[in-house]
Design a protein around this ligand. Structure first.
Ligand code: SF4
Length: 336
């Protein structure tokens, strides 16, 4: 795992994506910008249907077009816009520079191929290894992800292994080519609590060992709190707040972030009624005008219905941004 990798940041700039269905156009992403640095976990958090998976799918070049359409934006890695590359060059970058793990290993692992064939295929294709060298490397990677009995696993089909092992194998295949960036899309959502903790620990240790940047996609703020360096909150295809983990959890500025935080169950809230956010994320083909959150926001005023708030810097050091007309408005006004 010593190959020299790029030092660069992965930058997503002003990404606008729609889905076309007949006469209808659904605006899935509306100007998403975020950057991913090496050895950092940047979490993208929001409710289902907010645009998280469209973002990861597009970064990986897996967006089906049609019905998807990239209207504008850039995904910059090593001074190259990945969206302008030929498909074969994109394929080369996928897996080698940027890899992805999914919620369901079944979506990723081929049930008809032995695990050994699946992991060595990546190493042969992307790193030009011979079969023997690839098998040796696969065993090293299994050690790295905490998989015992490597030779037996290489000779197994996915269905012969437990859920936790399959999750580790998916991670092993994803990191096999020593990617600079890993996209982890709800990788622990389908797991029980014990396995969830193990996989989160593994992701954090791989971030440090391999100096990887991780885009961690989740709807679960408790998990996001435990794993992130940086957090961006997405609502109806737009990032509404972005800050360091400490800032976002201690001093959230956007009403949506505040409500998400209030809906986290924790020990202090035992016996108390849990706050839930009224309403639901709007469908992508029916996003309200102005601030898309105005239909659910307790602080909304008339301007919110017609004027989309700009993203502004708040606090010191230009490191905390949010998109709301009333950043200074007292939350207490609503709480009381
Ligand atoms: Fe709420 Fe208005 Fe701020 Fe949107 S702009 S979050 S509706 S107060």
């Amino acid at each position: 795992m010593q190959e020299k990798r790029s030092d660069s940041t992965l930058e997503i700039k002003n990404l606008n994506i729609s889905f076309i269905q007949g006469e209808k156009e659904a605006n899935a992403l509306r100007g998403i910008s975020l950057s991913l640095k090496r050895n950092e976990v940047h979490s993208l958090v929001g409710e289902s249907g907010s645009g998280k998976t469209v973002t990861s799918t597009c970064i990986m070049g897996l967006l089906p077009t049609p019905p998807g359409r990239i209207n504008s934006g850039q995904i910059i890695l090593n001074d190259q816009d990945l969206l302008l590359l030929e498909e074969k060059d994109q394929r080369q970058i996928r897996g080698k520079e940027i890899a992805m793990v999914f919620q369901e290993p079944a979506r990723y692992l081929n049930p008809t191929l032995k695990v050994g064939d699946q992991i060595t295929e990546m190493l042969i294709l992307h790193l030009g290894m011979g079969k023997g060298e690839a098998l040796d490397r696969a065993l090293e990677i299994f050690d790295l992800v905490g998989l015992d009995g490597g030779k037996r696993i290489l000779d197994s089909y996915p269905h012969e292994l437990s859920g936790g092992m399959k999750q580790r194998i998916m991670i092993a295949i994803a990191i096999s080519c020593n990617p600079a960036f890993l996209i982890a899309d709800e990788p622990t959502t389908a797991l029980d609590v014990t396995l969830q903790l193990q996989i989160l620990k593994l992701i954090l240790s791989l971030k440090n060992t391999l100096d990887m940047g991780i885009l961690f996609i989740s709807h679960d703020l408790r998990v996001v709190h435990d794993i992130s360096d940086w957090v961006s909150v997405i609502y109806a295809g737009r990032i509404v707040e972005s800050a360091s983990r400490e800032k976002l959890f201690s001093d959230p500025k956007h009403p949506y972030t505040r409500l998400l935080l209030e809906s986290i169950p924790d020990a202090d809230k035992r016996g108390k009624r849990l706050q839930t956010i009224p309403g639901k994320v709007p469908d992508a083909e029916d996003i309200p005008g102005g601030c898309a959150f105005h239909t659910r926001c307790p602080l909304a005023e008339d301007i919110c219905k017609t004027v989309q708030p700009e993203t502004k810097e708040v606090g010191e050091g230009h490191s905390h941004t949010t998109a709301c007309h009333f950043i200074g408005k007292q939350w207490k006004q609503w709480k009381n």
